[in-house]
Design a protein around this ligand. Structure first.
Ligand code: ADP
Ligand code: MG
Length: 339
């Protein structure tokens, strides 16, 4: 019988994208300036994320993969002022329940030695072995969804598409994280490791876009810079508070190409305050504007929606990917007009 823990874990880690997202955000939370993502067999065999961040303190080895353990939240009030991606302590515990999970880590004072940590399905530390290790952390997820055979079979069947989705997500992180060098590699069975793309540290968004999508894509871009407004909420009206209803859309969009084109939705990246997220309604609105002007190709979009943290809620789904904007209808109307 499947345990409750496995079923709950399957709601936190729903696909390859959730695996990559959770591991990368842990690396970014650890202050990494270099993140390398390595796939084996498009991710079906393994996803591994190596960073040069802080490493994990030996005092925390026992607890990191236990359910609800997090080192990132010290009080309940902290929740309203989050500086990190993680705070729920569910990712590593879920990955233990769903895959063969291990970590190799070293803090500055231990490097070039570190520990390889293995965990059982409940997240309990099974073993800690001394190994050679640079400062930072490598998290390895092998045979994801092994413990949920139906989902594993589904993933294997759709692996090409799932791999495409996870690459699109990695491209978004690589473009937006200007302080971080990103490298993505894939190795097929019996094949050699192939670098899919890489960026440099301390680059601009434009340089990152060129490295990820090519110079031709970059050449077709114009800046996107729009000030929009939400309809204020009742509370804001009562308090005459306008600060929360303003929103700044900043980024890059491709110039209209008229005539025959192709659909390229995987080149549309959205962020809310610098965090990658899916905003299908906004994408649809922009594509509709392009269509209305007889542009057959949907544009390349890199758009960061900068707004007050009270204007949205990331905490609505366990995988933290769904973002609820408090008034998307008005926003979309304003966006169309502004475009
Ligand atoms: P959360 O990110 O919500 O705290 P996770 O389950 O993702 O929960 O991670 C649990 C803990 O493991 C983190 O709070 C952190 O202390 C540690 N950890 C995980 N990945 C890394 C990493 N790449 N570098 C440093 N510490 C990490
Ligand atoms: Mg995390």
């Amino acid at each position: 019988a499947k345990s409750v823990h496995q079923i709950q874990s399957g709601q936190v880690i729903v696909d390859l994208c959730s695996v990559a997202k959770e591991l990368i955000e842990n690396s970014l939370d650890a202050g990494a300036t270099s993140v390398e993502v390595r796939f084996r067999n498009n991710g079906l065999d393994a996803i591994e994320v190596q960073d040069n961040g802080s490493g994990i303190s030996p005092a925390n080895y026992d607890s990191i993969a236990l359910k609800h353990y997090t080192s990132k939240l010290s009080s309940y009030e902290d929740l309203s002022n989050l500086q990190t991606f993680g705070f729920r302590g569910e990712a590593l515990s879920s990955l233990c329940a769903l895959s063969k999970f291990s970590v190799t880590t070293a803090q500055a004072e231990e490097a070039p030695k570190g520990k390889r940590l293995e965990f059982d399905v409940s997240g309990k530390l099974k073993s800690a072995t001394l190994v050679a290790c640079q400062k930072g952390t490598t998290a390895t997820v092998e045979a994801i969804f092994e413990s949920l055979p139906v989902r594993r079979k589904e993933l294997a069947k759709n692996i090409k598409r799932e791999y495409g989705k996870v690459l699109a997500l990695l491209q978004a992180y690589a473009c937006v994280c200007v302080n971080v060098k990103f490298t993505v590699k894939n190795t097929m069975p019996k094949g050699k490791s192939v670098t899919v793309f890489s960026t440099k540290a301390n680059a601009t968004t434009r340089e990152n876009i060129a490295n990820v999508y090519g110079a031709k894509t970059l050449a077709a871009l114009v800046p996107l810079d729009l000030e929009l407004e939400f309809r204020p909420t009742l509370t804001q009206l009562v308090h005459k508070d306008k600060t929360q209803s303003r929103i700044h859309v900043k980024g890059h969009i491709s110039k209209p190409v008229f005539g025959e084109g192709r659909q390229t939705p995987d080149r549309q990246m959205f962020f809310v305050n610098g965090r990658p997220c899916g905003l299908p309604q906004i994408a649809k609105a922009i594509n509709e504007v392009y269509k209305a002007f007889n542009v057959s190709q949907s544009p390349f979009i890199f758009a960061d929606l900068q707004m007050d943290t009270n204007a949205y809620d990331v905490n609505v789904s366990p995988d933290k990917r769904t973002i609820l904007l408090h008034d998307s209808a008005a926003l979309i109307e304003n966006l169309k007009v502004a475009l």
